[in-house]
Design a protein around this ligand. Structure first.
Ligand SMILES: [Zn+2]
Ligand SMILES: [Zn+2]
Length: 325
C-alpha cells in the first residue's frame, strides 16, 4: 500500500516555533506516554523488562532471551539502573538484576501487552502459558476496568483534556544509547509479547499510535505533534499499515491524500498505552502535575484504570501472579 511519502504542501509551516528546537532536539506537547517511552520504550529495554518479569535476571540467560549483543545488553542494563528500573545485586557469583518499586509498577503494562499479543498472535509456546492469580487460585485473564464504575476501559469512552501539567517537553532526537539492529529473539521459547515489542519498541511508531488515540489522522497533524524527519514518519506510517494497526482512507483525490485510522487491532492497544500513561504520570513527572486529564465518559469520573483478574476482579500486582506452563 502507498503512504503519502511527503507531507502536505503547506507542511513547511507546520513546525511551529515551539517545535523548532535544536539540531539534536525538539519539543512536543507534554505527555506522560512520551516520557515513559523515552525512558523504557526502546525495544531492548522492553525485552529486558519482559525477561525480568518472567524471572530471567542474570546476564547470560538475558543475552539468549533478548537476542541482544553483549554491548547492547550491558548498555541497556546500565541505563535501566540509571533510571531506577533495575537494581543490581552483586552478592552472588553472577550479578542478579531485580525489579525496583518503579519497574514493578510496569507489570500491568506487561499484562496488557500480553493480552494484546494473545489476541492477535498465536504461538505454541505462549498459548501454553497459563496465568494464575494467587489471590483466588484460579487461571485468569487480565482485564482493564474503571475503578469508579467497573466498566471495561475502551478508547471511545475516554475524553482527553489538558491537565495541570500541560505544556511542552524538550526531547532529544537521538538517544545516546547505542542501538543494534540484530535480534533473534523470535526464536526464544519464553516470549510473552515479542510481536508487540517488535512493533512498538520504536518510540516514533509508539508515539504515532498514541497520537491516533487523540484523534489525529493526517500526515501533517502527526508531523506537527511529532516533528521528526518526514521520511521517518512516512516509514513508520507504512509499517503501521502493513502491521494492520492503521488503515488508510483517502480524504482527498487530487492530489491523493490519505487519513490513517486505527483498526480494531490498533484500538486494542489502548489499555497498553493507558498503563504506560499512568506509569509515566507517577514515575516520569516533572512536578508540574499530570499533562493530561482523562475522563471516563460512562461515569463522568476522572479515569483511574485498573488491571484486574477476570475471575475475582481484584487488582493484579506482580507478586500475586504466576505463570504456569
Ligand atoms: Zn467509569
Ligand atoms: Zn483472581
Amino acid at each position: 500500500m502507498e503512504v503519502a511519502s511527503k507531507p502536505l504542501s503547506n507542511s513547511s509551516n507546520v513546525v511551529v516555533g515551539a517545535n523548532s528546537g535544536s539540531a539534536n532536539g525538539f519539543t512536543t506537547r507534554a505527555s506522560s506516554i512520551n516520557r515513559a517511552l523515552d525512558q523504557i520504550g526502546d525495544k531492548w529495554c522492553l525485552l529486558i523488562l519482559q525477561e525480568v518479569f518472567w524471572g530471567v535476571n542474570t546476564f547470560t540467560p538475558m543475552l539468549q532471551g533478548t537476542g541482544a549483543s553483549k554491548g547492547v545488553l550491558s548498555d541497556r542494563l546500565l541505563w535501566l539502573q540509571n533510571i531506577d528500573c533495575l537494581r543490581k545485586d552483586c552478592s552472588a557469583r553472577h550479578p542478579v538484576y531485580h525489579l525496583t518499586k518503579k519497574s514493578i509498577e510496569l507489570y500491568q503494562n506487561g499484562l496488557m501487552a500480553m493480552v494484546w499479543e494473545r489476541t492477535y498472535f498465536s504461538s505454541p509456546e505462549l498459548d501454553k502459558v497459563e496465568l494464575v492469580h494467587n489471590g483466588c487460585g484460579k487461571a485468569f485473564w487480565p482485564v482493564m476496568q474503571c475503578s469508579s464504575c467497573d466498566d471495561a476501559v475502551r478508547s471511545k469512552d475516554i475524553q482527553f483534556s489538558p491537565g495541570l501539567g500541560a505544556g511542552v517537553d524538550q526531547r532529544v532526537t537521538k538517544t545516546r544509547r547505542r542501538s543494534s539492529t540484530t535480534s533473534d529473539n523470535q526464536n526464544h521459547s519464553k516470549t510473552l509479547y515479542n510481536n508487540l515489542i517488535n512493533l512498538l519498541g520504536d518510540r516514533w511508531t509508539a508515539n504515532l499510535v498514541a497520537l491516533a488515540f487523540h484523534g489525529l489522522k493526517r500526515f501533517d497533524e502527526f508531523h506537527q505533534e511529532l516533528p521528526v524527519a518526514t521520511n521517518i514518519l512516512a516509514d513508520r506510517l507504512k509499517l503501521l499499515i502493513n502491521e494492520g494497526i492503521f488503515s488508510q482512507q483517502p480524504y482527498q483525490h487530487s492530489p491523493l491524500r490519505y487519513e490513517y485510522h486505527l483498526t480494531d487491532k490498533g484500538r486494542d492497544l489502548f489499555p497498553y498505552f493507558v498503563t504506560l500513561l499512568s506509569w509515566g504520570n507517577k514515575h516520569c513527572s516533572t512536578g508540574a502535575g499530570d499533562p493530561m486529564a482523562l475522563t471516563h465518559n460512562p461515569c463522568g469520573n476522572p479515569l483511574k484504570a485498573q488491571v484486574r483478574c477476570n475471575q475475582c476482579f481484584d487488582v493484579l500486582v506482580a507478586t500475586e501472579v504466576h505463570f504456569k506452563l
